[in-house]
Unconditional design. Structure first.
Length: 157
């Protein structure tokens, strides 16, 4: 979900079973103090993984504790916490040269959407940003990275 829907860690840990609709292939991301509510499409591979998780893996975990309808459970059957997301991401860190966090993944997804020419308002809605200027900052980040690359590799310096 971090890569396809780019939720914040806070949004991810708030997900409940009722937030996913496998038949409609959607996930509802609830609002936080800094983001708006949104309904985003799920990718085909996510639908298959979520179906297996909900009907098999999660059921096995749920027997351990009362999970209060949380979608994502840890090994002990309790809802995952922000620290759990950080730990999971850190297990993949050695594969990458840049620092990898849930925030950098989210930023990369948003910057990538903008660099591919997606409409600013659509990206704002996707990211759940309350203010358009928040989304515009990601566009500037992409432009700044491009300028730095040009300055670094330009043949005439």
């Amino acid at each position: 979900m971090l890569i396809h829907q780019a939720p914040t860690s806070g949004e991810l840990i708030q997900l409940e079973l009722s937030d996913i609709d496998l038949e409609k292939a959607t996930i509802q991301i609830k609002p936080t103090s800094s983001t708006n509510n949104r309904i985003l499409p799920l990718k085909a591979e996510q639908i298959l993984l979520l179906h297996k998780y909900v009907n098999t893996d999660r059921k096995a975990l749920k027997t351990h504790r009362n999970d209060k309808n949380a979608l994502l459970l840890g090994k002990l059957g309790t809802p995952i916490q922000i620290e759990d997301i950080g730990y999971l991401i850190s297990t993949y860190q050695k594969r990458y040269t840049k620092r990898l966090t849930s925030i950098t993944i989210r930023q990369s997804v948003i910057t990538n959407l903008l660099s591919k020419g997606n409409d600013l308002r659509r990206v704002q809605t996707f990211a759940g940003h309350k203010h358009l200027d928040t989304t515009e900052k990601y566009k500037q980040t992409g432009i700044k990275a491009l300028q730095n690359a040009i300055e670094k590799h330009h043949p005439i310096q």
